[in-house]
Design a protein around this ligand. Structure first.
Ligand code: G3I
Length: 314
């Protein structure tokens, strides 16, 4: 059996992948992407971000996101919206700032509610990457104008726009015990105590071969103990190139351990890889000399990592 079928059999909602619009003209890539036995969920890697969806104030363009949704719907795949509020990939009219708090509040409300109502009935990363690695709040136009209240504003707008959508806060380096995870735990506690809607925490899981955090499962349990679900939202496990048999074997073990952690936590609803193939991974262009982070290689052939995934779900 294949990765999504096995995830479903293990009681999870999906095993999924990120994808991007430019990749949809690659027929061999799309053939695998479209196979629901492999993937039951898609996340658009870029086309629902602010610069793509509201490039000018009040002017929304849904064409890129809609294309990914059609691809997903045609194969009975769940969509994860990504994302409403993030410091990166903002159009300059937002990142330039200069807003009063009332102005930025209504800008966030309009952006979140328009996106979440256009893509109804889905899962949404409403707030992406709010923290620095030391656990302090990221200094961006949202925090600098509104303080932490921008998180409330975004979540409340998303909930009002579609009460049926699962609304998440998503971040990286919260997969291990430490200051950043503690800040996210405290944020969830605070939101819950004040009655601000939040359904889940996304753990991105951009890992390095041989360095999968041993506290991953326990951190997920700490989140679910607060009354939210969790998901692994952007999994990839990169290595320093060139790859070797030993590195690929370690990567197989690493993928297996990550999937096993989600499997073991009842509130972990699914796992998404940040594209399934090395052909389209973001890693080599960001981390010089590193790559081969995905479960399929650049020729769309399964790597040992894929066996790690299926072994863990089974
Ligand atoms: O669209 C332009 C194209 O017109 C231009 O010719 C080309 C030249 O560089 O750039 C294209 O834009 C690129 C865009 O991806 C679409 O391919 C950007 O330069 C590039 O920076 C952008 O990278 C994306 C990255 O987020 C930006 O931060 C990656 O594809 C995307 O996979 C990555 O995803 C993020 C998640 O959203 C949040 N978590 C981390 C994750 C990995 O960085």
């Amino acid at each position: 059996s294949n990765s999504n079928a096995l995830a479903r059999a293990a009681g999870k909602l999906y095993f999924g992948t990120a994808t991007d619009n430019s990749e949809l003209s690659d027929a061999a890539y799309v053939a695998i992407l479209s196979d629901n036995s492999y993937f039951g969920q898609l996340t658009p890697a870029n086309s629902m971000k602010w610069d793509a969806t509201e490039p000018e104030q009040g002017v929304f363009t849904f064409s890129g996101g809609d294309q990914i949704v059609s691809q997903a719907k045609a194969h009975n795949q769940i969509m994860r919206g990504h994302n409403c509020v993030w410091y990166n990939q903002l159009p300059s009219w937002v990142s330039n700032g200069g807003f009063t708090s009332a102005q930025l509040t209504s800008i966030i409300q309009n952006h979140c509610s328009t996106l979440v109502s256009h893509y109804k009935g889905e899962i949404w990363d409403v707030v992406n990457e709010p923290f620095n690695d030391d656990g302090t709040w990221r200094s961006d136009v949202f925090y600098n104008t509104l303080g932490t209240s921008y998180v409330d504003i975004a979540l409340q707008a998303a909930r009002a726009a579609d009460p049926g959508a699962k609304i998440y806060i998503n971040d990286y380096n919260i997969e291990m015990t430490g200051a950043k995870a503690t800040s996210m735990l405290n944020l969830i506690k605070d939101l819950k105590s004040r009655g601000i809607p939040v359904d889940g925490v996304g753990l991105q899981c951009h890992f390095i071969v041989g360095e999968v955090p041993t506290s991953l499962q326990s951190i997920m349990q700490q989140f679910t103990a607060l009354g939210v679900e969790v998901a692994i939202t952007e999994l990839d496990i990169r290595m320093t190139l060139p790859a070797s048999t030993a590195l690929l074997a370690q990567q197989e073990t690493d993928y297996k351990n990550v999937i096993s952690a989600c499997k073991a936590v009842s509130g972990c609803v699914g796992v998404t890889v940040w594209d399934y193939t090395d052909k389209y991974s973001w890693v080599p262009s960001t981390f010089s000399g590193q790559g081969e982070a995905c479960p399929w290689d650049a020729n769309l052939q399964k790597k040992p990592a894929y066996s790690g995934i299926t072994a863990a779900w089974a």
